[in-house]
Design a binder for this molecule. Structure first.
Ligand code: GLA
Length: 364
């Protein structure tokens, strides 16, 4: 299948890509106005777009082999079951809401970003879609605005109260660098990955979906904690002892956010000053992040804990943790450069021996 056969149209007029992301440090901090440190992964989503000449919006997902054909009215009413189409629809709606005219299009999408692994397949789809539409209709929007529109589409049309990390990473990061982002001010810095290290991402085989998880609930708990502490967002708390006045589980949730923000800032400082022990310390901070996500934020699952444990005990691994929202999905590890394939294979063997079905997504 390709664009031509599906839409019976010559060639697409534009093609746009966007990568998935893996977050190295700073989990569940973005919707607390905090700090994050993601990087792009090699897997990408590709959209091909052409103008539709029959008044219908036509979308087709190659991975799912699902086709959606809709006229403007039902399009506006959001009458579609297909989840991938809701993301595309959401992007178009958000652009229309700010005043752009987006006439009916044929949109073909294919992706190598794994679904449900916490590597932001949805952000990759949104960013690729808006990039393609920007090109087709010559819209004067920049890459930060793309991320902002994409986040809005996800919140309003996929009903996930997500932060802006994934969309910013997909729109602005590359695979060779980490993107330090202050999610309150959108101030950002592009930094090299810690010297001497490579990234290994392993899928736990336990799928997760954001909407089906306690993601929105965690977000509400953080808002409550911030209100009780009298601050705009948990980012405004840097002294962790202040959270001790909160009732449970808000105290644990807030402790995670405050310590996680501090971990990102420490990693940033170490990398920027090229501190000799920065690699070691970066790994320790990742390990501490996992413990905090498991015990305080309670978004891990047994499979992720086992996989992280195997990784952390494997020689050559500086640090490892769950990545993304949690409740399943993938782990990220920082390992000695040159050793990534070896380490990934060894870890996978042990993990699968424990009765799971993992999959190496980056570093194989
Ligand atoms: C998901 C959301 C992000 C972020 C992470 C957790 O990926 O889309 O905004 O909150 O979870 O760090």
């Amino acid at each position: 299948m390709n664009f031509q056969t599906i839409f019976n149209q010559k060639l697409p007029q534009v093609e746009a890509l966007a990568p998935g992301r893996v977050n190295l440090l700073g989990e569940h901090t973005d919707y607390n106005d905090g700090f994050v440190l993601p990087t792009a992964i090699p897997q990408q989503t590709v959209v091909q777009i052409g103008l539709s000449d029959d008044g219908f919006y036509h979308f087709y997902s190659e991975n799912l082999d699902e086709r959606v054909d809709m006229v403007e009215e039902s399009f506006r009413a959001g009458e579609m079951q297909e989840e991938y189409a809701r993301y595309i629809f959401g992007c178009i709606q958000v652009l229309k809401e700010v005043g752009y005219t987006i006439s009916p299009i044929n949109l073909y999408v294919k992706s190598s970003v794994p679904l449900g692994s916490g590597l932001s397949s949805s952000a990759a789809l949104e960013v690729a879609t808006i990039r393609g539409i920007r090109q087709l209709f010559n819209l004067p929007i920049n890459d930060v605005e793309i991320a902002q529109f994409a986040q809005k589409a996800e919140i309003q049309y996929a009903h996930v109260q997500c932060g802006i990390m994934d969309q910013m990473a997909s729109s602005l990061a590359d695979t060779e660098h980490m993107l330090f982002l202050d999610t309150r001010t959108l101030e950002r810095r592009v930094l090299p990955l810690p010297e001497g290290a490579k990234i290994v991402v392993i899928d736990s085989g336990v799928p997760r979906t954001l909407t089906g998880s306690g993601y929105n609930q965690r977000r509400t708990e953080c808002t409550q904690a911030a209100q009780l502490l009298g601050v705009k967002a948990l980012r405004d708390i840097t002294d962790v002892s202040l959270v001790e006045t909160l009732p449970e589980p808000l105290q644990r949730r807030a402790r995670h956010v405050v310590t996680e923000n501090n971990r990102v800032l420490e990693a940033l400082q170490n990398v920027e000053t090229r501190h000799v022990s920065s690699l070691q310390r970066f790994g320790e901070l990742m390990n501490a992040s996992h413990a905090s996500l498991r015990d305080d934020y309670e978004v891990s699952v047994p499979a992720l804990d086992i996989l992280v444990d195997i990784l952390q005990k494997t020689p050559g691994v500086f640090g490892a943790r769950l990545t993304g929202a949690g409740f399943g999905g993938a782990t990220v590890a920082l390992v000695a450069a040159g050793e990534e394939k070896n380490i990934a294979e060894k870890v996978l063997e042990q993990y699968n021996h424990a009765g799971y079905t993992g999959n190496v997504l980056v570093g194989a």
